[in-house]
Design a protein. Sequence first.
Length: 269
Amino acid sequence: MPEGDTVFLVAHRFAKAMTGKTLLRGEFRVPQLATVDLAGREVLGVGTVGKHLFTRFSGDLTLHSHLLMDGMWDVYPAGAKWRRPGHHARVILTAADVQVIGFRVHDLKLVATSKEHDLIAHLGPDLLDPQWTDDHLKQASANLTADPARELGIALLDQRVMAGVGNLYKCEIAFLLGVTPWTPVSEVDATRTVLLARKLLLANARSGRFDQSTTGHLDRNRKNWVYERTRQGCYRCGGKLLVRQQGHDVQRRPTWFCPKDQTGPYPAQ
């Protein structure tokens, strides 16, 4: 599932292409919205909260979408051939010189712009919120430690704690804290954890690149400390990494960690 910074960059590209333009075509290919036509509406902007994307139109109308595991908003010149199969298109937005296609986007809802908050009221503070304050930090820290026995990795992925962290950042944050993702949240500094999460997401969101780095390097073999480095080993010590599953059912995720550089519990298998 894309991290919050990926969704942020998708929205930025979408907004740059479409903001201020009037739709010549605004078509949905999902049953619940199949009769809706957005043609004639102006695109006022595109924004994100965590992993949720909001496209705002004239007339107090907002389209909510979520990428989940396989969704994407692609931008093309008007009339250009799509890079993805047409039967995967769920939303088609076309202006005079550009088209934006939502492929396999999920949780599509049209709501009054004034009611957007109702869709995200359950979320914790957005780590990429441009209006971030110390109050956001305090709230996220309190959310993180609300259940002291909860595994750190599980808490980090809970968007009700703070919005934007995905599996990549979960693994990397735990590594940089020096603990395994199965460590109880009571054993980490909550404020440091939140600030680290925000720092990593901000750095990648501001880079303008989709190839995330947590080490500061862009080479594919040096981008991350532990995430998906089974073959290369730990970027810090070079030692063998372990990978275990964390979470249950649809929340189950492969989780990389270094048993030398990270202390704390982890499953035997």
